[in-house]
Write a protein that binds this ligand. Structure first.
Ligand code: PEP
Ligand code: MN
Length: 263
């Protein structure tokens, strides 16, 4: 179902009158974690002012340590729904378990499946039964074929609206958190008709590398980019090291749009 051989034309998904997979670059921005109304609203305002299409923010956080902040949960979903509506932004947030899906699918436009759950086949099958488009992130040790088969689970159980996301893979390099595999962008475009987003925030884990790798992602042909930003990046509860300031985010949107226009 995901294969280019079954459908030659690119899949375009329309959400809140905004398209992903078409000619216009789709920009998803927001904090790693939803922390407060003030924080999320500040991000939404800057996202909107700079022409972003979607507001992201985690309410359920897959933290490496169980002692770290696990997310606001349902109050976080309520906040992103309210603020997304106020600023006319598509809302994107991660679901980690089947039990979170019912409430999350009511509050969110797009359900994100994180790298750690890319091969959670029970969860993927349940995503097929909801209407919300799914942003499916590549597992950090998953091949393109494995990512496509994960998309296949969702599509086979009834949901055709899957957006793939390259978010970096684990390599021997330690300077960066992950290695953003930009080969994935043109390679996946040969293999599938689904839209492809690149995430240079998790793909590098290093703030100073996010802008150049966002440029590279767009130059490689990504349909969209996902970046983390925060009113006070060093104070981000999660992923502070890769989180952009509003100033850098504004500059990023200008630069990537120029690159997109030149393609
Ligand atoms: C995130 O988007 O904040 C996130 C946890 O991403 P990933 O699943 O790619 O690590
Ligand atoms: Mn994050």
């Amino acid at each position: 179902l995901a294969s280019r051989q079954t459908k030659a034309s690119d899949t375009i998904i329309t959400i809140k009158n905004k398209q992903i997979g078409g000619k216009e670059l789709f920009i998803i921005a927001g904090p790693c974690s939803i922390e407060s109304r003030e924080q999320l609203e500040a991000c939404a305002k800057v996202a909107k002012e700079n022409g972003a299409h979607a507001l992201r923010g985690g309410a359920y956080k897959p933290r490496t340590s169980p002692y770290e902040f696990q997310g606001m949960g349902v109050p976080g979903l309520e906040l992103i729904a309210e603020i997304g509506a106020k600023y006319d932004l598509v809302t994107v947030s991660e679901v980690m378990e089947i039990s979170q899906l019912e409430v999350a699918s009511k509050y969110l436009d797009v359900i994100q499946i994180g790298a750690r759950n890319m091969q959670n086949y029970g969860l993927l099958t349940e995503l097929g039964k909801i209407k919300n488009p799914v942003l499916l992130k590549r597992g950090f040790a998953a091949t393109y074929q494995e990512l496509l088969m994960a998309a296949e689970y969702i599509m086979l159980s009834g949901n055709p609206n899957v957006i793939l996301c390259e978010r970096g893979i684990r390599t021997f390099e330690t300077f960066t958190r992950n290695t953003l595999d930009l080969n994935a962008v043109p390679a996946l475009q040969q293999l599938t008709h689904l839209p492809i987003v690149a995430d240079p925030s998790h793909g590098t884990g290093v703030r100073s590398l996010v802008l150049p790798m966002a440029r590279a992602s767009v130059a490689a042909g990504a349909h969209g980019i996902l970046v983390e930003m925060h009113p006070n990046p060093d104070k981000s509860i999660s992923d502070a090291k890769q989180t952009l300031s509003f100033e850098t985010f504004a500059e990023l949107t200008k630069q990537v749009r120029k690159i997109k226009a030149a393609l």
